[in-house]
Design a protein around this ligand. Structure first.
Ligand code: ATP
Ligand code: MG
Length: 580
């Protein structure tokens, strides 16, 4: 493609409304433009990448026996009412005002609608149906560019089986296909086991990448692959344990001491000698939570432990419950349920609040708390803390990393949720009816593209691999008013195309060399061929590898003619460097 005839509106400056790297680079390289919040147009150079992503997904889906559909995005609302998902999606669902239609945010209902009309006998199974199609979701906070759009392209696949073993097999096939897809796309990803949430069914995994644009926080072990959402992540961090000699319980006057830091400073003790108290209200009743030192309560873990939602107690409630203000609350003499984090299991010689403003206790033994004079509460223990970066992995002991991540894809075992609510039944060998067992599997095409850019760029721009690059080679003619340069460029351009390379030829007559160099680095094709009159005098051009920045002078041709030397060298670099 010739630059002079293409629409590639590159930008020198960072657009003010973009903060995430991939968003900035997609705007600057002229790949996308925003139409309205969360709604983007893909411009030609960007759409070439989306097509390549889609093609890789298509090939791998076909390889596991997937059959490609194309379903309507415009759906009659009644189908969505059959499963109760008009309500479940709530404000996320886009409604058409003048008709009872919705814009599909996913396609479980529509695929199940087709399955129920055609898959009737056990002989019709298994099936894998997929499509690569636009989805609509009224995301409340569209940001990060195409990573969270209100309209986006999703590969969504659905499996139909007659047994749980069949479902396992379909699920495994998708798991393998996903790994191949993301590997081929050149993404560094990891897999997190997740709850299947509103989707129902049992068993699901999310394919994630590390990204500042991510909205999930995860703990990940690079060594063994352990990965978990921080809401459930564990580590092998050591418990405080029991000291051999138990000190005597003593009340200490601690005027105006409200935090663990202040207490440590005042008493010249270590954080790990303290137990911090937090009071939550669960089902209308208070629960005192004890954490080691300054560690925070992970409310998700607490809710999981208790089985339902909690809220922190209000300051007035604290005074009413304990007789003390927030900084002076503790387990000794507390009348009510106490749950301590596992790091405090059976600990002694602890400092904590005395339930009397401006007083703390020292020498607290959690084993004894029950029998201390004023209190009758027994202590329960649970994993309530948030894992921190650097703590040992619960599986292999290597240091964990905690970071934000974004979901690229998701595989779910749906079970019979949709087939039951929509009446999609099959007859077994004995002629008995059963609901079809389903799975659903999604990948966001724009997210694959954006996440690739998040992982492959430098300060100058994008660094594409051969697979997703909009073009393989960026040919730069530096001074095209020079006849020799113009002629050489035309010849090189045609020759590369004849050798099956996709070439973007910067043939702009009036653009300065500096502008061309900057655009080439910003757009980030794997190879650049730079043609200038000086080098051409010795029958040479310059070849630059974008990824490494290496430059070579390459002779165009041996006396035998054509461009045999250049093409030979390009093929060599391509297979030995670009494809590696
Ligand atoms: P998230 O938790 O990030 O909102 P999700 O769990 O709602 O995603 P799914 O319903 O599992 O997403 O959709 C399958 C895939 O579609 C996701 O893994 C993601 O790659 C993509 N996707 C979902 N929502 C969006 C969006 N708003 N914009 C772009 N891609 C999206
Ligand atoms: Mg999901």
């Amino acid at each position: 493609m010739r630059f002079s005839k293409s629409f590639i509106p590159t930008l020198k400056e960072t657009p003010s409304d973009a903060v995430v790297t991939s968003h900035i680079l997609m705007l600057r390289s002229g790949m996308i433009r925003m139409l309205s919040a969360g709604i983007y147009s893909f411009l030609p150079i960007g759409y070439r990448v989306i097509r390549k992503v889609s093609e890789i997904i298509r090939e791998e889906m076909n390889a596991i026996g997937g059959q490609e559909f194309h379903l309507p995005a415009l759906n009659p609302k009644e189908i969505w009412e059959e499963t109760g998902r008009v309500e479940a999606f709530g404000d996320i669902l886009f409604h058409i005002k003048n008709r009872d239609y919705v814009l599909a945010p996913t396609h479980e209902e529509i695929m199940t609608f087709h399955a129920r009309n055609v898959l009737k006998s056990y002989k019709d199974f298994p099936q894998i149906w997929y499509q690569i199609q636009t989805k609509f979701r009224n995301e409340p906070r569209p940001r990060s560019g195409v990573i969270r759009g209100r309209q986006f392209l999703m590969k969504d696949a659905y499996s139909f089986d007659i047994s749980l073993e069949g479902l396992d097999k379909s699920y495994q096939l998708h798991d393998q296909a996903y790994r191949k897809i993301f590997d081929r796309c050149g993404l560094k990803y990891f897999v997190v086991g997740a709850s299947s949430g509103a989707m129902g069914g049992s068993g699901s995994e999310e394919f994630m990448v590390q990204s500042d644009a991510g909205e999930d926080t995860v703990a990940h072990c690079e060594k063994c692959g352990y990965a978990a959402n921080l809401e459930v992540a564990e580590s092998k961090v050591e418990a405080k344990g029991r000291e051999e000699r138990s000190e005597k319980l003593e009340e200490i006057h601690t005027p105006n001491i409200r935090s663990i830091d202040e207490l440590c400073e005042f008493l010249k003790i270590k954080e790990t000698q303290c137990a911090k108290s937090r009071v939550y209200i669960h089902n209308g009743k208070p629960v005192l939570i004890l954490m080691l030192g300054n560690e925070e309560v992970n409310e998700s873990k607490l809710e999981k432990y208790l089985g339902s939602a909690v809220r922190p107690a209000h300051p007035e409630e604290l005074v009413e419950l304990t007789g003390a203000e927030a900084g002076s609350i503790g387990p000794v003499g507390y009348k009510g349920r106490i749950i301590a984090d596992l790091r405090l299991k059976d600990a002694n010689n602890l400092y904590s609040g005395a339930n009397k403003t401006d007083y703390h206790y020292g020498g607290i033994d959690l084993r004894e708390v029950q029998s201390l004079p004023a209190g009758k509460a027994g202590i329960e223990y649970g994993d309530l803390r948030q894992v921190q970066s650097g703590e040992p992995c619960p599986r292999c002991g290597s240091p964990l990393k905690v970071f934000t991540a974004i979901e690229l894809g998701h595989i779910f075992k749906l079970g019979t949720k949709y087939s039951e609510s929509m009446g999609a039944m099959f007859l077994d060998e004995k002629g008995e009816g059963h609901p079809i067992i389903m799975g659903s599997y999604g990948i966001g095409a724009e997210r694959v593209m954006a996440c690739f850019i998040e992982q492959h760029h430098d300060e100058k721009g994008i660094i594409w691999d051969a697979t997703l690059a909009p073009f393989h080679i960026h040919l730069l003619g530096l001074n095209l008013k020079n006849e020799g340069v113009a002629k050489a460029c035309e010849e090189i351009y045609n020759n590369l195309i004849n050798n099956s390379y996709e070439v973007l030829f910067d043939d702009r007559l009036d653009a300065q060399a500096g502008v061309k160099f900057n655009d080439a680095d910003l757009l980030g094709m794997p190879l650049q061929i730079i043609v200038g009159d000086k080098k051409l005098k010795t029958n040479q051009v310059e070849v630059k590898i974008r990824k490494t920045g290496e430059r070579f002078d390459v002779e165009l041709a041996s006396p035998a003619g054509g461009l045999n030397k250049l093409i030979g060298k390009i093929k060599e670099i391509w297979s030995e460097t670009v494809l590696k």
